[in-house]
Design a protein around this ligand. Structure first.
Ligand SMILES: [Zn+2]
Length: 123
């Protein structure tokens, strides 16, 4: 019997290329300029109106870790990092390789990974 549950909403930010440069298609508060990487109805900081904004491609690693437990479609080890996009929001991104990136490492958005993972590489 098919499930009657609604499909879960994909919480990952949308990354798209413009002239070959990848960026996050997010939102910025029209009142306080707070940046948001995902669709929101109002600003999470001041509840003001939001408008579309584009962030990236460059950012800096805020934190990263190596995950050593495989999950379907993700053979271990793999690396994820929280990245502060310059002038934009903090996003969770996948990183190639099997070593964590030190805090402050400059990175750049690349083509999204399988299924839409936000992905960065070192610059
Ligand atoms: Zn705001």
């Amino acid at each position: 019997m098919p499930s009657t549950e609604p499909a879960p909403v994909d919480p990952r930010p949308r990354v798209s290329p413009v002239d070959g440069v990848f960026g996050v298609d997010g939102y910025r508060c029209a009142a306080c300029a707070y940046p948001v990487a995902i669709a929101v109805a109002v600003c999470p900081s001041c509840q003001g109106p939001v408008e579309p904004a584009r962030f990236g491609p460059d950012g800096t690693v805020w934190s990263s870790t190596v995950l050593r437990i495989p999950v379907p479609g993700r053979p271990a080890p793999y690396v994820v990092a929280y990245v502060d996009l310059h002038g934009g929001p903090r996003v969770l991104a996948h990183v190639g390789g099997d070593r964590h990136l030190p805090v402050g490492t400059p990175v750049r958005l690349t083509a999204p990974g399988p299924g839409g993972d936000v992905t960065v590489s070192t610059r």
